[in-house]
Design a binder for this molecule. Structure first.
Ligand SMILES: C[S@@+](CC[C@H](N)C(=O)[O-])C[C@H]1O[C@@H](n2cnc3c(N)ncnc32)[C@H](O)[C@@H]1O
Length: 224
């Protein structure tokens, strides 16, 4: 968002998130009008969360996921095993942090991007000399915690973290590219990237806008 390159690829495996980005890019005003019209309150939230939405138009699906993300508990993103968004209601306080002009500005930036739904490996296989890659994989703790099954509901396993680190090593040695990634500061994750630059992020964001926590438990890893 900050660099605003003239050509870019944005990719994620999550179809709802890709719909959100594409919807904002193609229909910023319709997304905003639909988002704005969703009613307030708990009862409306669960009705919109649990509705059949897959056959709705792109702008509606985008507005719905934006609404759910802004009004669910702490902005969490969690699905049940059958793939349905299952986070409870969190209130309206975070909803109006988003304004119409933000959506229009995002649309302008996204118009220069191809927005794809794909596994990271498919995208990284397409990199070319001179590319810059920003990666924001799911923040998982290390292997031990995963084995203790604290965080197994997600689809990004420690094997995926290993797969990602191997791919980044491979492309770093074959291409003249720069990549930068945010990840968990867990020891097992840092161990995967010990040949690269690792910087700890001293402050983390909380669920209160503008309030920071003292330990983010996050790192920034880069090959430059
Ligand atoms: C920390 S979130 C980043 C979200 C995104 N950067 C944003 O701000 O909207 C991690 C993302 O990784 C995606 N993801 C999980 N497994 C993936 C995979 N194998 N390939 C690509 N993306 C994946 C998830 O769907 C999730 O949206």
């Amino acid at each position: 968002m900050h660099v605003q390159p003239d050509r870019a690829i944005i990719s994620d495996l999550n179809r709802d998130l890709v719909d959100l980005y594409k919807g904002i890019r193609n229909y910023p005003h319709k997304v905003w009008e639909t988002f704005e019209r969703f009613p307030e309150g708990r009862e409306a939230y669960y009705r919109i969360r649990d509705m059949e939405y897959r056959n709705k138009p792109l702008y509606y699906r985008a507005a719905r996921i934006l609404y759910l993300n802004r009004t669910c508990f702490k902005g969490l993103w969690r699905h049940s095993p059958n793939g349905n968004f299952n986070v409870g209601y969190g209130g309206e306080e975070r909803r109006w942090v988003v304004a119409h002009e933000n959506i229009v500005e995002l649309s302008r930036i996204f118009r220069k991007a191809s927005i794809l739904q794909a596994d990271f490996e498919i995208i990284l296989n397409q990199c070319q000399d001179g590319d810059f890659i920003f990666l924001d994989p799911p923040y998982k703790p290390g292997e031990k915690e995963l084995l203790e099954a604290h965080y197994t509901h997600g689809r990004f396993s420690f094997e995926d973290q290993v797969r990602l680190s191997k791919k980044l090593k491979e492309i770093s040695s074959h291409y003249s590219i720069r990549w930068l990634m945010t990840n968990s500061s867990n020891h097992d994750i840092c161990e995967l990237y010990k040949d690269f630059n690792i910087a700890r992020i001293p402050k983390g964001t909380s669920n209160v806008v503008g309030v920071y926590t003292s330990n983010s438990k996050e790192v920034i890893v880069s090959n430059y």
